[in-house]
Write a protein of this length. Structure first.
Length: 399
């Protein structure tokens, strides 16, 4: 149990921040703070605070050595933006924990409300931890990649290739698979299923307090989805191309340096002789002259006026419909069509005849087929001879 006030601890962290940062760097690099290193840092800073670090539960003893308690170590990680990259399989564990909690919620959604409320809170926290882990990994991978690009550690080309391949194979590609929503087993795909289920429950649940919790979880899932999408784009569009370019460039340079060390070990390919060429042929002038000379001979050109096309006949349906209605009743519809066309055009053209037959389907007329007449009537058009039945046309209500 802490005896110091919270403000006292915060003031202590601020006053001895430099020493604490040095100790944080040691643990981040070595995984533990050896007693000798602790004494060395405190001696160089002239800070006699070992007992206070233990009293305030900032450090704890591991045998003869020390380490930060998780709360303070994560605090310094966040403040200094220095995160240890987690292996993708470590992040993948959230797929099981999130999946189990979601299954329990679905199975017990009609059960005890206290248990359901607790499970929703646990699911919220698991998703939050997963999102933060992905964000920390992306930040750290981006920092590592930029350091590798600028070659801060003065690595040789072979080592840069090895390190670039390591980041791609063990961190970037597996993490990108975790964030791929199209991958069936990805955590992002599971979060999408949870958001769909939560969206329904936040709008339709009897207990108001549970409904509010579902609303909170759904809102957080929407924000998490946007954040994971940004991380995935960062991995795909920036990190992967950058580190792949480092690996490719380094392989080429490494091969060239190895060749320069022993230039006579392997046969050298022939070097091409440089020549100047033009985008056009040297004979272009003569070729163009020959081409144009074939058009010098004048030839008589006969221009004939095109024969004017006859006007295309347009069927005036309303005009012929009016004529038909005025002459009702009509004993033989097809005879009437032939007589009408012959009176206007002298000849019965086939297309005009078939256009007139469309009047049979008007709504305000009645049709009567003369079944007693066995022989069909023949009508000759410009192109064919048609055998048609005798159809009587009447107006509704008129015999």
């Amino acid at each position: 149990m802490l005896k110091a006030e919270p403000k006292t601890i915060l003031n202590f962290l601020a006053n001895y921040f430099d020493s604490l940062k040095d100790l944080f760097d040691i643990q981040a690099a070595d995984g533990v703070i050896q007693r000798e290193r602790l004494a060395q840092v405190l001696s160089e800073r002239n800070d006699n605070i070992e007992a206070t670090l233990l009293e305030y539960k900032i450090l704890r003893k591991i045998g003869e050595d020390f380490e930060f308690r998780d709360t303070y170590f994560k605090l310094f990680e966040f403040i200094l933006n220095e995160f240890r990259p987690l292996l993708p399989e470590t992040i993948q564990k959230y797929e099981q924990s999130i999946g189990k909690l979601f299954q329990k919620i679905r199975e017990g959604v009609k059960g005890d409300t206290l248990i359901l409320r607790s499970r929703i809170d646990d699911l919220y926290n698991e998703i939050k931890e997963f999102s933060e882990a992905v964000e920390k990994n992306t930040i750290r991978l981006l920092a590592e990649t930029r350091e590798l690009k600028s070659n801060v550690d003065k690595l040789d080309y072979k080592e840069k290739v090895r390190k670039a391949s390591f980041w791609i194979d063990y961190y970037i590609i597996p993490l990108n698979n975790i964030l791929d929503i199209n991958h069936v087993d990805s955590i992002t795909n599971k979060l999408f299923d949870i958001s769909q289920y939560t969206n329904v429950r936040r709008l339709n649940f009897n207990d108001e307090s549970i409904r509010i919790q579902f609303e909170k979880l759904y809102t957080f899932l929407v924000m998490t989805n946007d954040n994971l999408l940004r991380q995935s784009k960062l991995l795909t569009n920036e990190l992967l191309p950058l580190i792949e370019r480092i690996r490719t460039e380094s392989i080429i340079l490494t091969g060239w340096i190895e060749f320069l060390k022993q230039p006579y070990k392997s046969p050298v390919p022939k070097i091409f002789k440089p020549e100047r060429n033009y985008p056009y042929s040297n004979d272009m002038y003569l070729n163009a002259k020959e081409y144009l000379e074939q058009f010098i001979t004048e030839e008589n050109i006969l221009v004939e006026d095109p024969i004017a096309n006859s006007d295309k006949w347009v069927f005036n349906k309303e005009l012929y419909r009016s004529k038909m209605l005025e002459q009702l009743p009509i004993d033989s519809f097809f005879d009437w069509c032939g007589l009408t066309l012959r009176s206007e055009y002298k000849n019965i053209e086939t297309d005009k005849f078939f256009a007139l037959t469309g009047l049979l389907f008007e709504d305000d007329i009645m049709l009567e087929l003369d079944e007693t007449e066995k022989d069909r009537k023949l009508i000759k058009t410009s192109q064919m001879t048609l055998r048609v039945p005798k159809i009587k046309i009447l107006k509704y209500g008129i015999s």
